[in-house]
Design a protein around this ligand. Sequence first.
Ligand SMILES: [Zn+2]
Ligand SMILES: [Zn+2]
Ligand SMILES: [Zn+2]
Length: 160
Amino acid sequence: MNEATALKRFERYLKQRDLRVTSQRRDILSLAWSTHEHFSAEELYAWAKERDASTSRATVYRTLALLVEGGFLSPLDSGRGQLLYEHILGHHHHDHMICLQCGKILEFRCEAIEQLQLEEAKRRRFHLVNHSLTLEGYCGSCLKENPNLAVDPAEAEVEF
Ligand SMILES: [Zn+2]
Ligand SMILES: [Zn+2]
Ligand SMILES: [Zn+2]
């Protein structure tokens, strides 16, 4: 979904909720749309301020919450006590692996895992609408630099 379509949807969403369509809210959506990276609320706030210096942190956080509620953005736990966001509307579903050392995020999609989740939900008569899956660990380049990362005692019994 391109930015113009996403903007139209967002405007409709705001109107449905009796919220005003302001240029700051529009800016925040288009900023969130123009990056394909995973970003934090503070990063988005910094970008929004560059566009319009009068944008307040409160406006960014409130708009971010609306974008999540409306299904435009999805939050993702970075594994370091910080939430990250990415736009999902009109994008193919994917899951994440997060490196706890350098913060790198790998996106993946595994059909077998997707299927297992569906089956598990069905078995529990649970109607699955959405899911997010984040695997935490250490990426290849961090392991190369520091092989000791892999010998976490908690993981010692796991065989790869
Ligand atoms: Zn998935
Ligand atoms: Zn790493
Ligand atoms: Zn992602």
